[in-house]
Design a protein around this ligand. Sequence first.
Ligand code: GLP
Length: 257
Amino acid sequence: MKIVIRENEEACIDVASNIFISLIRNNRKAILGLATGNTPIKIYQKLIVEYKNGLDFSKITTFNLDEYVGLDPKNERSFHYFMWKNLFRHVNINESNIHLLNGLAEDLKQECLKYESTIEEKGGIDLQLLGIGQNGHIGFNEPTGSLSSKTWIKILSKNTLLNNFGTVEDVPRHAITMGVGTIMQSKECLLVAFGMKKARAIRDMIEGPLTSLCPASMLQMHPNVTVVIDEAAASELQLRNHYIWIEENRLDWQQMR
Ligand code: GLP
């Protein structure tokens, strides 16, 4: 894992958005894996600014990580709504290149299989953006789920519902999500996290044992992962100074894009 620690959220957003921008500049047909939550919002804002400066999204393809089961795309809580509001409607992306899971599909298992085969048909995800749940989930892969799972239906933990909705009543309790195995197949992963609330999950992911108790720890097995975190999210790392040392001593070709 390439660990990048920056003083604050803003500096992390710069690093993360530059990784996306340089990928899109180098590969106008890149396949992007996208995420929702508070973490990516400002990254998407930077991409929109770059679009206004000429960055072309017309041949970009996207796959989102997950979606709640039972929410209409027009529902403000759905990830469909989130993505259109925060990114898609502001750039020249071709609608037919946008892939979002359908939480209203009659046959959810079929929806999962179809999603996996579409990712494969398109040649796989070049760069997968990830946030992390306070319990170490990525996508909606909650603790103790299979670490080799493909797109599937998950029951959301109480912890996740409370974090995402502030309540467990009258909210979706299920989601469809790329599996940890799907995420592991992307060519590159970029995980971004800020704040003290994420410090424990970040520690478990980077320095903990590889365990389904922290699904994100599986990323230790991925050959090309960059983790961009602020000082607060890095505050529980035992080897914080080592990661900074490594970054200072990277060879030119190992530098961030
Ligand atoms: C949700 C999403 C995750 C996201 C997590 C953290 O549960 N399924 O993909 O990483 O929330 O969200 P936030 O960035 O708001 O902390």
